[in-house]
Design a binder for this molecule. Structure first.
Ligand SMILES: NC(=O)c1ccc[n+]([C@@H]2O[C@H](COP(=O)([O-])OP(=O)(O)OC[C@H]3O[C@@H](n4cnc5c(N)ncnc54)[C@H](O)[C@@H]3O)[C@@H](O)[C@H]2O)c1
Length: 270
């Protein structure tokens, strides 16, 4: 889909990948609504790109509905909804040790927010015979995130929900993409662009946004900013025992060489 002239909502658009995407989409001529828990940062970013900035907590369906109404009032029907908001806090100890509140929040932000966004825009998109849902998952949604079982499980669910949207609605003109990056230098993993090194696996939010722009232009379902994820996914499907052994070895290496599981440093091992 061509983004020029389109009305686009980006949740979690005030920082990191969402902010880079908001800037690139606005530069390509889109009418961008930046919706974020941090309303001040959303407004500041939107002011700079001729967009609309709103406070929105994606764990509340009513906030998502209000964001859609505000976008329609300002710019017209929503053409593309990018469900990008996310967070990661890891687990304090064993794989079931994160508090229930953490598991619930992961489920709300990484899955139910995508369900509520689709519920808010799908009926009108289906009526128009056109619309696009772009859902941020993670390579953890195809593989696994060492040290964060709740993040991994809910990102897998996000990929599955995107597949359901595609299977159910593609024949009604609805486009769906799911984005599955590995490590990206953002506050979510405590890093910034200054930490990115040439040839390393850590990439910038702008690099992710560029890949997403290409993926949307080509209407690709699976958008992989790190191409090597395709190969890991094939290994996981074909030889699960071998893939699991590799993941165990990676975790052991993190404990041995990095002194623990720290999201800031894991990219150095891959
Ligand atoms: N950084 C990575 O390595 C990486 C890798 C794969 C996937 N992702 C995914 O990319 C997405 C964007 O993350 P990022 O890395 O740019 O992080 P980030 O921390 O820079 O940005 C996340 C944004 O989401 C917002 N947010 C969080 N909870 C929210 C809520 N309840 N309602 C509204 N907004 C909320 C935050 O305020 C923040 O502005 C997330 O879904 C994340 O899981 C990140």
């Amino acid at each position: 889909m061509e983004v020029s002239g389109r009305t686009i909502i980006i949740t979690g658009g005030a920082s990191g990948i969402g902010a880079a995407l908001a800037r690139q989409m606005a530069a390509a001529g889109a009418k961008v609504v930046v919706a974020d828990l941090n309303g001040d940062a959303a407004r500041a970013l939107a002011d700079g790109i001729g967009g609309l900035g709103l406070a929105c907590d994606v764990t509340r369906e009513s906030d998502i509905q209000a964001t859609v109404r505000a976008a329609e009032d300002r710019f017209g029907p929503v053409d593309i909804f990018v469900s990008n908001a996310g967070f990661g806090v890891g687990e304090p100890d064993h794989a079931a040790s994160a508090a229930d509140e953490v598991w619930t929040r992961n489920w709300q932000v990484h899955v139910m927010a995508h369900v509520h966004a689709a519920r808010a825009v799908l009926p009108a998109m289906i009526a128009r015979g056109e619309g696009y849902l772009v859902n941020m998952a993670s390579a953890a949604g195809l593989l696994n995130q060492i040290g964060d079982a709740a993040y991994s499980a809910t990102k897998h669910a996000a990929v599955s929900f995107a597949e359901s949207l595609f299977i159910t609605h593609r024949d009604q003109g609805i486009r769906v993409s799911v984005i599955c990056p590995q490590y990206v230098a953002t506050p979510l993993i405590g890093l910034s662009e200054a930490d990115v090194q040439e040839g390393g696996s850590l990439i910038t939010p702008d690099q992710v946004a560029s890949t997403v722009m290409e993926g949307i232009a080509e209407e690709q379902f699976l958008i992989l900013p790190h191409p090597q994820v395709a190969q890991y996914t094939r290994l996981r499907a074909a030889e699960p025992e071998k893939w699991l052994a590799g993941m165990r070895a990676l975790r052991a290496k993190a404990l041995r060489d990095l002194g623990g599981i720290d999201m800031k440093n894991l990219h150095k091992l891959i």
